[in-house]
Design a protein around this ligand. Structure first.
Ligand code: SF4
Length: 250
């Protein structure tokens, strides 16, 4: 059987800047391609396949190496293992783009990581249930990024999100990126649907980082209202911005 390959944008070591694992050291494997188009997308380059995979051998700037795409899972696994040998890491993060576009690659990598004792973390929009069914059993953590309707031209059906959510066996949380355009009514609709799916879901509201022109974060009063609305339905609701940007790391 041929080895799994995928177009990879970059591989680098940094701190997780979002969600419940904010602050842990991870190796990030950023996969190319995404079927969605969020208004606030800050990784637009990752939505297209790139000719090369850039490997950042130093956590901050420094030496990099370009590998021709697509890259074999064994090659990327060896690079990740080298980074983990050089400094302790909590896990490898599969991010994008949308990593579920490349389930064979993610599965092959996660199996290798597990054999080496490293946890796997998936950052996904939960928009591809069939791929999720294959990938989810190997993930120790999943950040499930639900796209609120006002933040995307073609929303992911909640039913697809719920099917993906139900397949996750490890730790999980929902991340909602919140812009100044998000309304209480759409948060309310999400909460009702999500509570029916999993009343114990942990919810992270992430105020958007204003890096895309015209996309602004919510005012503090709106953020309080949105968080209070979520708290009517769920016991664990947190507001966490993108922390990696605060300290100027990738
Ligand atoms: S899912 Fe992620 S990569 Fe895709 S458009 Fe949205 S923010 Fe960008």
């Amino acid at each position: 059987m041929s080895e799994a390959v995928a177009p990879v944008v970059e591989v680098f070591s940094s701190f997780q800047g979002e969600g419940l694992l904010v602050g842990v050291r991870q190796v990030f494997v950023r996969l190319a391609g995404c079927p969605l188009s969020c208004a606030y997308c800050d990784t637009a380059a990752a939505r297209q396949a790139t000719a090369v995979c850039r490997v950042w051998h130093e956590p901050v700037g420094g030496v990099s190496e370009d590998l021709p795409n697509p890259v074999a899972a064994s090659r990327v696994a060896a690079i990740v293992s080298g980074m983990v040998a050089a400094a302790p890491h909590h896990s490898v993060s599969f991010t994008g783009g949308e990593p579920l576009l490349h389930p064979d690659f993610v599965v092959a990598m996660a199996q290798r990581m597990a054999a080496g004792g490293l946890q796997s973390y998936l950052d996904t929009a939960c928009c591809l249930p069939d791929a999720m069914a294959r990938v989810a059993p190997l993930m120790d953590w999943v950040a499930a990024d639900y796209k609120l309707p006002s933040t995307i031209a073609q929303p992911v059906p909640f039913e697809d999100f719920a099917v993906c959510w139900s397949q996750i066996a490890g730790e999980r949380f929902v991340k909602l990126v919140v812009t100044g355009e998000v309304s209480r009514s759409e948060i309310l609709e999400f909460c009702r649907q999500m509570q029916a799916t999993d009343p114990k879901a942990r919810i992270v509201l992430q105020p958007v980082t204003p890096v895309v022109p015209g996309v602004e974060p919510p005012r503090p009063d709106l953020l309080y209202v949105l968080a209070a609305t979520c708290a009517e339905y769920f016991a664990d609701v947190r507001v966490i911005p993108q922390c990696h940007r605060l300290v100027g790391v990738r």
